[in-house]
Write a protein that binds this ligand. Structure first.
Ligand code: HEC
Ligand code: HEC
Ligand code: HEC
Ligand code: HEC
Ligand code: HEC
Length: 212
């Protein structure tokens, strides 16, 4: 007596091989996607849960970056503002707007707005905002003209080569540290060189500075 397998089972070895292949491919692609800098590439600009505009608040209204990113001078992370910061104004401003109603709903529920991260370094690379801001590197050197962006997008590659390029010649980026948030700042080469010498600025290029 012969067992009659359905006809499609003839395809099984091919299907198994394909599954293994695409499974392997899947792993490779996943690894490549998450561990390569492409995950956050230049131009990356995810759609945010609320249509908040830097162009309006930081550009037109001229709000200082530190009103919302105060932690930037103090430690490694600049952070994103709590809903309370927005509610300072939006308790009364534009309350009829659907976007502001999303904000108010989050605030009343005691939940943070789930902003999507735009800039992200891999865990194995160490970065500290305060060290850069205190040395006099402007936000715009690394984030571009945020005050002109309706939606934040990544402006610089954030690759190792990019970090090192500035670390080898910081005089191309230095300015007085009280002007780091100024967006239209014009580079002054003589002043930058003087600041570098006066403050003895010497960014590290040895591996363990960034890979701890
Ligand atoms: C009124 C508050 C407010 C002000 C002022 C403000 N920001 Fe933001 N910023 C936000 C919020 C909210 C987000 C998260 C949503 C988004 O990405 O648009 C954000 C996101 C960012 C991001 C991207 C964060 C990430 O996920 O990688 C950068 C960079 C940034 N801001 C820089 C600046 C700079 C530079 C200034 C000053 C020119 C500034 N911001 C002024 C509220 C503010
Ligand atoms: C200093 C006051 C102030 C703060 C703080 C502030 N905003 Fe605003 N926001 C305004 C003003 C003023 C407008 C423009 C209102 C208009 O169009 O007349 C506005 C407009 C908006 C709009 C557009 C609303 C629409 O539909 O037209 C959104 C969305 C918004 N803000 C989100 C936020 C978020 C999110 C935060 C916190 C990260 C924030 N704002 C912090 C003053 C503020
Ligand atoms: C030397 C380059 C550099 C400078 C200068 C710089 N940033 Fe950043 N910023 C980065 C990098 C790199 C990240 C991603 C950090 C990570 O993934 O750990 C980042 C992330 C951020 C984020 C996302 C939240 C966080 O803390 O990860 C915000 C907001 C931000 N920066 C705002 C600012 C503001 C405001 C200034 C100026 C006061 C500034 N940055 C100056 C390189 C810089
Ligand atoms: C535009 C210039 C510039 C860029 C881009 C830049 N840095 Fe720096 N970095 C500096 C300066 C200036 C200092 C301060 C050196 C000093 O005070 O002597 C510094 C200091 C540091 C330090 C030592 C301070 C500390 O916190 O231990 C580390 C680590 C560092 N940077 C990591 C990075 C990484 C990682 C990147 C890329 C993601 C980067 N930097 C991109 C200019 C830059
Ligand atoms: C100024 C900071 C800095 C220094 C110094 C530095 N790196 Fe990196 N390195 C980074 C950053 C940031 C990344 C992540 C780059 C990315 O995501 O594109 C990285 C990534 C890497 C990677 C992962 C592969 C790659 O290219 O993305 C290796 C390996 C590496 N670094 C080794 C080293 C070695 C070895 C040294 C010393 C000769 C060194 N790094 C010095 C910042 C630094």
């Amino acid at each position: 007596m012969t067992v009659n397998f359905p006809k499609w089972t003839n395809q099984l070895p091919t299907m198994a091989a394909l599954a293994v292949l695409s499974g392997g491919l899947f792993v490779v692609l996943t690894v490549w996607y998450f561990f390569s800098p492409k995950f956050t590439d230049v131009g990356y600009s995810p759609t945010q849960p609320i249509a908040y505009s830097h162009k309006l608040h930081a550009g037109l209204m001229g709000m200082d970056c530190r009103y919302c990113h105060g932690a930037v001078e103090l430690g490694p992370h600049a952070g994103v503002p709590a809903t309370e910061v927005c509610m300072n104004c939006h308790k009364t401003v534009r309350t009829e707007s659907p976007e502001i109603q999303k904000l108010t709903a989050a605030h009343e529920a005691g939940l943070p707005v789930r902003w999507k991260k735009v800039h992200l370094l891999p865990d194995y690379a160490f970065f500290n905002h305060a060290a850069h801001v205190q040395a006099g590197v402007g936000c715009a050197s690394c984030h571009g003209r945020i005050d002109q962006m309706e939606e934040v997008r990544q402006d610089q590659p954030l690759s190792m080569g990019w970090c090192l390029e500035c670390h080898r010649a910081p005089e191309n980026a230095l300015r007085p540290s009280d002007r780091v948030t100024e967006m239209g700042y014009e580079h002054d080469a003589a002043l930058a060189l003087r600041l570098k010498q006066e403050k003895n600025i010497n960014p590290p290029t040895h591996c363990s500075a960034c890979h701890r």
